[in-house]
Write a protein that binds this ligand. Structure first.
Ligand SMILES: *Cc1c(COP(=O)(O)O)cnc(C)c1O
Length: 452
């Protein structure tokens, strides 16, 4: 028998965030191109860091999700959640695909109007709608989703003043078996608040109760929670039919489907663990179809899914600034992307791939951003091939929330480009400049001069 080759045993320190029993994924190939466009060219032309959005991925994901629902339920309408990504170019792709707009502030409402969305196709959610916002929404015949009774009273007042009826729904919060319950928005189902609000609306005679809404959470991993939510809203709808002979036109189940990002601390990557759109569609459509609606009078199903539609269409390209060893000898890599640009690094272990060929040798690495702040950590622990100063890399699945929640801090914000359906690259948001930044500042006369 041939003698086996001796391999020296090694002792490995256990690090937080590193899966060990289940192994960890190590990238085998570099990400050199996005939709056929070389990453290197994008950075050379538009700078680093750079957000890149793929129009192709947006449209194909949307079509896939839409199909999952329309194959199972005949009346489906999507409404693009503006806060998830409210770049005009992005919103308009969804509007071209047929999505209405879902907004949660006067600012977002105005943005949707400016993009050309008809008032009738704007869903107005959120706890902070000012009297002026509500006035606008009533005049434009938008769908107002009432969050609390003070809002209801304002709508009653405005309707009287304007002599117009408004189209309203209520937001309902509920126990869907996923905890903690998001009970700060809307009216509770279990304790009777929802019925109280519905009765007040029906008694007011001032508004048309057209729908019922809920948004049960975000990055929800449980399709059955949506089944519960759909059944509870349906129960309210059928109760309205019994008590008032009133039909609500739609059931809006909000957003919250997970994207394929990996949550911090998860053993397995999100690509392997998140349920499919079909799973969610199955639960929701069964709940609606199995309720006691007459088949010819099924409610419209509205979905406001944000994160799951856009996350995979967004990339963030960056460059390595330096490598160091920590006090314990651990490899650390400093890059030009900080948490100011990657807000979601607080809850995701974002996948990072080098953008050029690399060697087989890998090492556990901490990725730090460029900010002079201890909390500026992009990945606490990731197995990466060695990256050198000037090397480029791609952070995946950053389309949701980063481009709306990013902040100007220490550095100015970079450009955002869209790769169109061919491979044409369009700048859809310019980088910030000192002029733009300073245009909002004012210096009092006595602070204009100093001697040092
Ligand atoms: C944020 C939000 C959404 C979108 O949520 P995702 O988790 O991104 O799908 C939809 N509806 C309402 C009311 C929201 O606040």
């Amino acid at each position: 028998m041939e003698k086996l080759r001796y391999e020296r045993p090694v002792i490995k320190r256990l690090e937080t965030e590193m899966p060990n029993k289940f192994g960890s994924r190590i990238e085998r190939t570099p990400k050199t191109h996005i939709d056929g466009v070389p990453v290197q060219d994008l950075i050379a032309k538009y700078g680093s860091p750079l957000f890149v959005i793929s129009e192709k991925t947006i449209r194909s994901t949307y079509k896939k999700v839409k199909k999952a629902f329309t194959m199972r339920y005949p009346k489906v309408q999507f409404a693009w959640s503006y806060k998830t990504n409210y770049l005009d170019a992005v919103c308009n792709i969804y509007h071209q695909e047929g999505s209405w707009a879902e907004v949660v502030s006067g600012f977002e409402y105005d943005k949707a109007i400016k993009n050309g969305v008809s008032g009738k196709k704007i869903i107005f959610n959120g706890p902070d709608k000012t009297t002026e916002d509500l006035h606008k929404a009533i005049v434009n015949d938008s769908l107002i989703h009432i969050d609390h009774l003070d809002e209801f009273y304002t709508i009653v007042e405005l309707s009287e003043k304007l002599g117009r009826r408004s189209r309203v729904a209520i937001r309902v919060n509920m126990d869907t078996g996923v905890y903690p319950i998001w009970d700060r928005f809307g009216f509770n189902y279990e304790n009777g608040q929802a019925w109280d609000a519905l009765n007040k609306i029906m008694a007011s005679g001032k508004m048309d109760l057209v729908g019922l809404h809920c948004h049960i959470g975000t990055y929800m991993l449980s399709p059955s929670a949506y089944g519960v939510a759909a059944r509870k809203l349906t129960d309210l709808a059928l109760g309205l039919k019994r008590r008032y002979n009133h039909d609500v036109k739609y059931i809006d189940l909000g957003g919250g489907f997970p994207s394929r990002n990996t949550l911090k601390g998860a053993y397995l990557p999100g690509t392997d663990t998140t349920p499919s759109f079909e799973d969610f569609a199955e639960e929701i459509s069964s709940a609606l179809l199995n309720a006691e609606y007459p088949t010819d009078n099924l409610p419209l199903l509205i979905l406001e899914t944000g994160r799951a539609l856009i996350d995979e269409a967004g990339y963030l390209l960056g460059t390595v600034i330096s490598n160091k060893r920590s006090s314990t000898g651990k490899r650390t890599t400093i890059v030009d992307i900080g948490i100011n640009l990657l807000f979601t690094s607080f809850w995701y272990d974002h996948k990072i791939t080098p953008a050029q060929e690399f060697s087989q040798y890998t090492e556990e690495t901490t990725i730090y951003g460029p900010l002079c702040m201890n909390i500026d950590v992009i990945r606490e622990n990731v197995v990466l091939p060695l990256l050198n100063k000037g090397d480029q890399f791609v952070i995946h699945h950053v389309g949701a929330y980063n481009m709306s929640q990013w902040m100007q801090f220490i550095n100015l914000r970079p450009k955002i480009v869209l790769i169109g359906m061919g491979d044409k690259v369009h700048v859809i948001r310019e980088n910030e400049t000192m002029e733009v930044f300073n245009s909002l500042e004012k210096i009092p006369e006595h602070l204009k001069r100093f001697d040092l």
